[in-house]
Design a protein around this ligand. Sequence first.
Ligand SMILES: Cc1cc2nc3c(=O)[nH]c(=O)nc-3n(C[C@H](O)[C@H](O)[C@H](O)COP(=O)(O)O)c2cc1C
Length: 260
Amino acid sequence: MNPVIKTILNRKSVRSYEDRAISAEIRDEILTATLRAPTAGNQMLYSIIEVNDPSIKDTLARTCDNQPFIAKAPWVLLFLADYQRWFDYFVASGVPEMCEQNQVALRKPEEGDLFLACCDALIAAQTAVIAAESLGVGSCYIGDIMEQYETHQALFNLPRYVFPICLLCFGYPTQQQRERELTPRFDRKFIVSENHYRRLDPGGLEEMHRDRQAQVLGNRKNIEGAINFGQYLYRRKFSADFSVEMSRSVRAILQVWKEG
Ligand SMILES: Cc1cc2nc3c(=O)[nH]c(=O)nc-3n(C[C@H](O)[C@H](O)[C@H](O)COP(=O)(O)O)c2cc1C
């Protein structure tokens, strides 16, 4: 098997790290690869903050839904969807004056620009994940960085058109992590269709989730009152406090972005 595919197929999220720093050379190699990620219009609509201040990592371990391993990760990168840099450049380049002269309204970053910047930031993040993996460095995404916007805005001094889209923890996996099984994925037939979107009927949905239901429920009739995997996941994730907070926080970010 080609080594790139092998790296991708064997990757797993790593949440427990050896007490071993990642050398400056390896970090540099990962960042160099990251910055080669494809980017919309070759604009690099993202910024990356290396978080190495232990007190900031401690704060993140708390504000990102209480995940203590964040504080223990040897290397932490924050990926930001960033339209601030381009908009500042437009302003510095006299774009507002040009618009005034031409009697057209100045367009500011909008929702489409935000989504494009999120695409850029996430593609860069995944490039970092694969580059790290190829060098024996494990990683884990933290989506909970989208929560508690006000705290993160103040912590990192984020201007209006900057959206914290994901955090990545890096470190060498412990032996237990190296040896643990890969997590399963849904069968390809439920995810990939040809030419048109295929909406699953209740039977198809049941079939898709059958293995996970068996894994979670086993022989039990219910777990915490949930009688199937759908009810279980709804309660554990979708309607959990962190999901509600994430939506509140993202609404707050959008509000700030749109006020500009
Ligand atoms: C957008 C995104 C957000 C995630 N957020 C978290 C997180 O906050 N905490 C965590 O432990 N894992 C997080 N993960 C990792 C997933 O839980 C993990 O990828 C999934 O369970 C599959 O396991 P695997 O990566 O080991 O194959 C996140 C992954 C993605 C892609």
